[in-house]
Design a protein around this ligand. Sequence first.
Ligand code: ZN
Length: 153
Amino acid sequence: MNKGIVGFHIDDQGDWVADLECGHAQHVRHNPPWINRPWVLEVEGRKRALGTLLDCLKCNMPRIPSEAQQIACSAMLTQQAISEKDADLQCNDADTWVKVVVHEGELIYQQIADKTIGYVIDSEFAAVIAPGERFVLREKGRVRYQLFYYHNS
Ligand SMILES: [Zn+2]
C-alpha cells in the first residue's frame, strides 16, 4: 500500500528510517552494493524525498476480521519451537487466523504466495497469518513469542 513519507529518523543501529503518513515506519537503508540510496545520507536528499510514496509493508499485513473470536493461544514459545519443526514451510488451517506476537527478539515471517513479501516481527509489530496462507516463520536469534488463534464465527 503506497504511503507518503512525512519524515525521517535514525534507529538505534544508525540506519535511516522513513516515517510514513499511516503512522508506520520503514527502513530506507543505504547499504551498497545491495541497496543504493545515497540520497538518504544527505539532508537535501531526505527533504526531496518528503511526500514521495513507499509501499508500506505494515499496511499490507492482513487484518483479523473484527467479528472473529479468539479460540486458543499457545504457551510461550522460543527459537527452539521453530528449529524442532521438520520443514520450514507451514500452511495455516483454512478457517483459522493466527496472530504471532513477539515478546522478545525478532522473527522473520515470509508469505510463500508472494516471495517478495517478508516481515521482521518484533514486540511492536505482530504478524497476522490469513486462513490457508502458506508461510515460513524463522527465528532471528533468541526470541520469545506466542501464537493466538481466531475463528470466524
Ligand atoms: Zn503503514
